[in-house]
Design a protein around this ligand. Structure first.
Ligand SMILES: Nc1ncnc2c1ncn2[C@@H]1O[C@H](COP(=O)(O)OP(=O)(O)OP(=O)(O)O)[C@@H](O)[C@H]1O
Length: 957
């Protein structure tokens, strides 16, 4: 019984299980029926699949939709990005299949409900990315990826695209996701200043949302989805959380099932067709696109990277406003902004505003610093007119800089925003530039105070106030040793206009480079003064539209790398690190390591770094073009801007540290020749300053209005000769008398030429040493004033002197070569005291003596020379003298006497230490070629000047 009962029971249980299974199957099939595509009429399915296959070859040809096995890395892209891309194979029947296409680029987005931790989804993403990259012309598709899967390897096969730019390494965490969102938001933000390039598309791909992704990020994605398609932004989001959240706007949703996937309706359309009554979506199961072979992905990416590198070389035009946009349309009230380069296909703008007032740019020599600066300046000049922007440019390094902006001998156009420019500038020039800018800041501050403390943007409503950008390159020289960067004394161009470069050729940019040394760290007095001025200017300038762009090597001598968060450096939030320029970033920020030429790290947070691998909103790696590759663009831009310059614009004031000014071109000299000088003066050269002032020693009728030239060599003698020529020009021809004595052999040619040249204009008498000793105003008291007590060392009046001259002054030599030092009488010159030349009878007398320190000069009693210096000028006699040794001049000073009671002193090649004895205080000056320093007046700190070159100086050398 028992044996029978058991099978029965089992049978009963089996029957019950069967019934239950049948009921489950029925229930399951009811559920599945709701979702599984309902098989339609078979024949129709075959026909439809056939038609859809044909349609797919048209809608998604080649890389967009063809089977991968039919494609190779050499298969070319289409001319425009594909509108559709295949996501899998739809199979309404096992043997009726067609490619499942979705619209993406140009129209919408794609979401997948499952993330890439499911290998099929990872494969789908790689397949879609591969197809889109390969189907789009190189450089037109930019992808930003977020990979929240463990290990973050979903996009690893695309690594070759990282360096080239189209697909930077993916963001791996939520901070990175936010960075990518920020970038995408910028992409869609309407911004007139940098219109989007219409030939580029940004695709944001998320393989899985990183841990910590919250509602805020998802909401930002939804907002991007709404505005993206019309702005060229598209999203592919795997793991898009569907539950409790609306579908992503404008997206085609893909839902992954166990064996297949379902493709929902694309935005604004239905697969089912009108009136089909289907629940929506493609009415067929879709087998997702398979993971493409890794080698194919790598080959395609390598190929693409090469094309991007070669084919999308940036050109200067990419940084300028699009052709056809209105010139100088931008307003600088709120700030200036220009495109400095390109980050992964996106233009990168950087500005000068109150928040980012000043920039530091660093790069080693030949790192493209000039190229970067030129791009920035041309970009600004193209956007902001002269009423919005003024530029001051200075380069402390040797060589010709900023030539693109200035007049040359061959091309007289210039960039009209440039007010001043200096190449191979002296440190004193930059100091003067800072002073001039500080004065302008004070002026603006005063106006602001008068108008009730208005801000810059408001002030502009009352006043024409351009923003000012001051660029100083090779700033480290300012804090280094004086003269470290000096290279050439004479202009390489030889026949330069004063201060004008010979041409704008690239060859002129090859420089004799100065390398900063550790010694540069110890600032001298001038360096310390410069730093203090810079500090003041940086702080005060930001609120008044005065901006600094400081460039150079290493830390620019500012100590940025020391870790000190100095508050002055805090005024420079924008840091640009070119190759070798990582010192302007925070020490822990190694973003600039290994940069190639033509790229830079642009950081707007004072060089601060951020989490490794994360996309940093405040930092971009950019590429920038070499403007030398686009000479025509530069040329056309300069000409266009110059043509549009406001009426009355004058060219920039240019200082070229390697050039020597010529007397005949000097404006004060020309004015003197035309009788328009304010008073007699000796002109020495041009100051090392922004205004390019002529350095003059007025020779009025007051005590001590003489010139003492100190210096051991011929440059000092030449300076004396030129100063004398200039003095002569201040007197109408024939109204002055020049008495020239040369007591040292080496200056004989210089003195002779001078005498010959002046003889055509004035009475000139050349005397030797004994003639000098017997001059009425220098001789012994008895000789000078017979019968008069020697109170005074006052010389004869000019009339007295004139009365005595024929007897006591020897005529000038017949030819310059004959001017000598040995004999008492030296023959007759073309103009002499014999009344045969254009002789001045009553005019001032200028006594010019070369070599007042010579042993023969000892015949001149010191007290007589002193008296002449002190009392001669009121009586119309001025001494212009050259002392080769400083002590011989210092000996003329009375104890506690002030030098300015005797003469203005100009030193050529005399170290500061030797001058202390003359001025009674320490003098900081290291002589350098083609520079002199003038002290004229009791409080004079010494004015650095470039002495005039003699026209024939090279012959004489
Ligand atoms: N974006 C670029 N891509 C490729 N080459 C570049 C780029 N910019 C500049 N160069 C080239 O690099 C070299 C150095 O450029 P540049 O003169 O601008 O450097 P620099 O840093 O100013 O040099 P230095 O200050 O030492 O004179 C030049 O031959 C220039 O043509």
């Amino acid at each position: 019984m028992e044996a029978v009962a058991v099978p029965r029971a089992r049978t009963g249980r089996a029957a019950a299980l069967h019934r239950r299974a049948a009921a489950t199957a029925t229930a399951a099939s009811e559920v599945l029926d709701e979702t599984r595509p309902v098989p339609a009429d078979q024949r129709r399915q075959y026909e439809l699949a056939d038609r859809l296959r044909s349609a797919a070859t048209i809608l998604a040809p080649g890389w967009a939709g063809a089977p991968l096995e039919t494609l190779t890395a050499q298969t070319p892209p289409d001319e425009v990005p594909p509108s559709f891309v295949v996501v899998g194979t739809a199979a309404p029947l096992d043997d009726a299949r067609f490619p499942a296409l979705v619209p993406l680029l140009g129209s919408g987005h794609l979401t997948v409900d499952t993330d890439a931790r499911d290998a099929r989804v990872a494969g789908l993403l790689r397949a879609v990315l591969l197809r889109l990259f390969a189907a789009t012309p190189a450089g037109c598709l930019l992808v930003r990826a977020v990979d929240g899967t463990e290990g973050g390897e979903v996009f690893a096969p695309f690594g070759a695209l990282a360096d080239a730019g189209p697909l930077p390494p993916p963001a791996l965490d939520v901070a990175g996701l936010r960075g990518v969102l920020g970038e995408a938001e910028q992409w869609v933000a309407p911004d007139a200043a940098r219109p989007r390039r219409r030939d580029r598309t940004l695709l944001l791909v998320v393989s899985a949302f990183p841990a910590g992704t919250g509602d805020a990020e998802l909401a930002r994605l939804a907002a991007l989805a709404r505005s993206g398609p019309s702005a060229g932004l598209h999203l592919v989001l795997a793991g898009w959380p569907g539950t409790g959240r609306d579908p992503l706007p404008h997206a085609t949703p893909v839902t992954v099932r166990n064996a297949y996937a379902l493709v929902g309706d694309p935005p604004g359309a239905s697969f089912g067709g009108v009136g089909d009554g289907a629940a929506g979506g493609l009415n067929a199961p879709v087998f997702l696109a398979e993971d493409p072979p890794a080698e194919l992905v790598e080959t395609v990416c390598r190929h693409l990277a090469e094309q991007v590198e070669a084919g999308t070389r940036l050109s200067l035009a990419d940084l300028l406003p699009e052709p056809g946009t209105q010139r100088w349309a931008a307003d600088s009230a709120a700030g200036l902004s220009t495109t400095v380069g390109d980050a992964g296909g996106r233009p990168v703008p950087v500005g000068f505003t109150e928040l980012t007032p000043h920039w530091l740019v660093s790069g080693r020599s030949a790192a493209g610093r000039s190229a970067f600066l030129t791009n920035v300046l041309l970009g600004l000049a193209a956007r902001y007119g002269p009423e919005e922007l003024t530029l001051h440019l200075a380069d402390l390094g040797p060589g010709e800089a900023f030539v693109e902006f200035l007049q040359t001998e061959r091309d007289r156009t210039w960039i009209p925003q440039v007010r001043s420019a200096a190449m191979a500038a002296d440190r004193e020039y930059v100091l003067d530039l800072f002073d001039a800018l500080a004065t302008e800041v004070r002026r603006r501050a005063e106006v602001a105070a008068l108008t009730g403390g208005q801000r810059f943007a408001d002030l502009r409503e009352h006043l024409a106030l351009p923003r000012i950008v001051c660029v100083v390159d090779n700033l480290q020289v300012l804090f280094g040793e004086p003269g470290r960067a000096r290279s050439a004394e004479v202009s390489p161009g030889g026949t330069l206009l004063p201060g004008a470069p010979a041409d704008r050729s690239g060859a002129a940019r090859s420089r004799d480079r100065a390398t900063p040394t550790a010694a540069a760290r110890s600032r001298d007095g001038l360096g310390a003064t410069a730093l203090a001025s810079l500090d003041t200017l940086a702080r005060a300038g930001r609120a008044y539209g005065v901006h600094l762009l400081l460039a150079g090597e290493d830390d620019l001598g500012l100590g940025t790398g020391s870790g000190s968060r100095d508050s002055m450096l805090g005024q420079f939030p924008v840091r640009v690190a070119l190759p070798g320029g990582g010192a302007v970033l925070e020490p822990s920020n190694d973003a600039a390591a290994g940069l190639p030429v033509g790229s830079a790290v642009v950081n707007t947070a004072g060089g601060l770094g951020g989490p490794q691998g994360a996309t940093r909103g405040h930092e971009r790696m950019i590429r920038f073009p070499d403007p030398e590759d686009a000479p025509t663009t530069v040329e056309e831009l300069r000409r266009t801007l110059w043509t549009a310059r406001p009426d009355g614009s004058s060219p920039p004031l240019v200082f070229a540290g390697y050039a020597r000014p010529l007397l005949r071109n000097d404006p004060c000299y020309r004015a003197a020749l035309l009788g328009r000088a304010p008073g007699p003066a000796a002109l020495l050269g041009r100051a090392v300053d922004v205004a390019r002032s002529t350095v003059a020693v007025p020779l009025g009728p007051s005590t001590g209005r003489n010139l003492a030239v100190l210096g051991p060599g011929l440059p000092a003698a030449r300076l004396l000769a030129t100063a004398t020529r200039a003095t002569a020009a201040h007197h109408p021809p024939g109204t002055a008398r020049f008495v020239i004595a040369c007591l040292v052999d080496e200056a004989v040619p210089v003195a002779g030429r001078l005498a010959a040249e002046l003889a055509g204009q004035h009475a000139v008498t050349t005397v030797d040493r004994s003639g000098l000793a017997h001059l009425p105003f220098l001789g012994s008291p008895e000789e000078a004033h017979p019968g008069r007590p020697d109170r005074s060392t006052r010389p004869d009046t000019p009339a007295q002197a004139q009365a005595r001259t024929p007897a006591q002054v020897q005529p000038a030599p017949a030819a310059p070569e004959q001017a000598g030092t040995g004999s008492a009488a030296t023959g007759t010159g073309p103009v002499a005291g014999d009344g045969t030349g254009p002789v001045a009878a009553e005019g001032p007398i200028v006594l010019v003596v070369f070599g007042l320190d010579a042993p023969s000069a000892e015949e001149l009693p010191r007290e007589r020379v002193r008296a002449l210096l002190r009392d001669g000028p009121p009586a119309g006699t001025h001494l212009l003298g050259w002392w080769r040794t400083t002590p011989s001049f210092a000996a003329l000073l009375e104890p506690d006497g002030e030098v300015d009671k005797l003469a203005a002193v100009v030193a050529v090649d005399v170290p500061g230490a030797q001058l202390a004895g003359v001025f009674g205080r320490p003098v900081q000056w290291r002589p350098r070629p083609a520079r002199a320093v003038l002290w004229d007046g009791p409080d004079e700190q010494g004015r650095v000047l470039v002495p005039f070159a003699l026209e024939d100086e090279e012959d004489q050398a």
